[in-house]
Each structure stands twice: as structure tokens, then as C-alpha cells.
Design a binder for this molecule. Structure first.
Ligand SMILES: [Fe+2]
Length: 280
């Protein structure tokens, strides 16, 4: 039996199920085009009851661009380095109790890089018995809801980004930022960007990696970054995704911020496959 692909909203602002699609098989052109369109309008898109290996996940990612290796070497999948593990289970089978706390402050991935990811995809393999969700904030709706003077100010601002050195990064990590295979130089991104397909404006400031604005003192910039983060993460802009095994969830890396909810029992296993996709 085949079902025509269709959408069903999960949250008020973000979170949409895409039903009637089996990602284990190569998508035909029409279905692929449908997913691309659906994702442009729905920046957190969820496919239920999938069972993909790393190659299938990477192949799905290649429908949108080029999946790239994770910067943290220890998380890379051994056979498919463009897919990584997001897991709290160590090589010896022990559960890392710190796992529940990882990535639990609001951020957008890799804005400290000199090119930006388009999207990321997570595929749930094992999930905690309760909670353990991922939260997403709608940075389009957040931008639209800012007061007009603030929007005008931000339109003219260029933000400075560095790896985990924004207000939330300092709080969460201090000097412990993990081992990567390169060093990062600070990069600049406009504080407001536009969605490449819909043209909608997006607030592109995140409290993890944004640490300032060109021409603005730190004393001015940090309160502004924190104010914007608080604004964007009000309940009305946030979707909490409750994971089920088999979920494939893709999110737009420009139109959203995300964080781990950090609310499951730390001894429970949580294992996902992940790929992060860059423009071709
Ligand atoms: Fe992330």
C-alpha cells in the first residue's frame, strides 16, 4: 500500500510530521521535491518509524547538499565519517552520566565555521523511557515578533561568532571545549538573514557562539545577545520534540536554534545517528 505524502503539525510554531514516506529506499524525484518544499516551510520536519543505517541516512542528506564529517573526531561513524553518533554510551558499554547535560543550552550548530550548515538530521535508535527530548526555537517567528526599532537595529548589525564563547558557551563549558582537528578563527555573520527559499527573515544570533557585534562594546553586546536569546526561546516560539525510536528529524540550521532538554534519567541510554548537511 502506498500513501500520498502529507503533513501534520506537531507544535504551535514548529514541528511537523511528514507522513507516507519510507526513507530506507531512494526517493523518487517527485517525493524528493515534495520533501524539499515541505522542509522550506516547516524547518523541523519529522519522519516516523524509519529504520536507517548510516549509508541510508547519508544518502537522504545528499538529497539536500553535502553531509560533512563532524568536527569532534570521537563521534564520527567508523565506516561513514559523514555520519556521527550522538550517544551517551561509551565504548565499554557504560553510560556516560554527563551525556544528559550535553548541548543543553540554546545554540545553532557551527556558526563559528567559515561556512554554514544548511540542516542537520537525527535518527533515534535508542531513547530514554521518558523525556530526553530536543527543543527547537523558531527564529523566523522570533524575528517577526521583535519591536520594530530592534529589527531595524539588527538589520544593520554584523555578529561575531566563535566556538562556544558566547554568554551561554562561557557558562556551560568554561575552558573545556573538547578536542577537534582544527583551530577556529572568529567569523562574522549578519545578525539577520533570509531563508533561501521562502525569503523570510531570520534572527541569526545564538547565545552559544555569538559573542559580539562589529562596532559594539562587549558591555553592550552581551546583554543584547542574552535579551535576544530570551526573546527567541519563549514558549510560544519553542517546540519540544518527544523522541520515538525510528524518528528521523531534520531541522533547518538557519531558521532554528536547538538544545537538548537535559531532562531524562542520566543512567538511561540515548543513541542517535546524526548527519549535518552543507550546501553543494
Ligand atoms: Fe547542536
Amino acid at each position: 500500500m502506498t500513501t500520498t505524502p502529507h503533513l501534520r503539525p506537531l507544535g504551535e510554531t514548529l514541528g511537523t510530521e511528514a507522513l507516507g514516506i519510507d526513507l530506507s529506499k531512494p526517493l523518487d524525484e517527485a517525493t524528493s521535491a515534495w520533501v524539499v518544499r515541505a522542509f522550506a516551510e516547516n524547518p523541523v520536519l519529522v519522519f516516523r518509524d524509519q529504520d536507517l543505517g548510516a549509508p541510508e541516512l547519508a544518502a537522504f542528506g545528499r538529497r539536500f547538499g553535502t553531509p560533512r564529517m563532524h568536527s569532534l573526531i570521537k563521534y564520527r561513524h567508523a565506516d561513514h565519517p559523514e555520519v556521527s553518533w550522538l550517544t551517551n554510551v561509551e565504548d565499554d558499554g557504560k553510560v556516560d552520566w554527563y551525556g544528559v547535560k550535553r548541548a543543553t543550552d540554546w545554540h545553532t550548530d557551527s556558526t563559528y565555521e567559515d561556512d554554514l550548515p544548511l540542516l542537520a538530521i537525527l535518527h533515534a535508535k535508542e531513547v530514554p523511557s521518558e523525556k530526553g527530548g530536543t527543543m527547537f526555537a523558531d527564529m523566523r517567528a522570533a524575528y517577526d515578533a521583535l519591536p520594530e526599532p530592534r529589527r531595524q537595529q539588527l538589520e544593520g548589525l554584523t555578529a561575531l561568532h566563535g566556538r562556544s564563547i558566547g554568554p551561554a558557551g562561557e557558562k556551560l563549558y568554561g575552558d573545556d571545549r573538547g578536542v577537534t582537528d582544527k583551530t577556529y578563527i572568529d567569523v562574522h555573520w549578519p545578525a539577520v538573514t533570509r531563508h533561501p527559499v521562502t525569503g523570510r527573515q531570520i534572527l541569526f544570533v545564538n547565545p552559544m557562539h555569538t559573542y559580539g557585534f562589529v562596532g559594539m562594546s562587549r558591555d553592550e553586546a552581551w546583554p543584547l545577545i542574552q535579551e535576544l536569546a530570551e526573546h527567541a526561546t519563549q514558549d510560544r516560539f519553542v517546540y519540544y520534540h518527544r523522541w520515538r525510536v525510528g524518528d528521523v528529524l531534520m531541522w533547518d540550521e538557519r531558521a532554528t536554534m536547538h538544545r537538548g532538554a537535559g531532562d531524562y534519567r542520566p543512567e538511561e541510554r540515548r543513541i542517535m545517528l546524526r548527519t549535518i548537511v552543507y550546501p553543494n
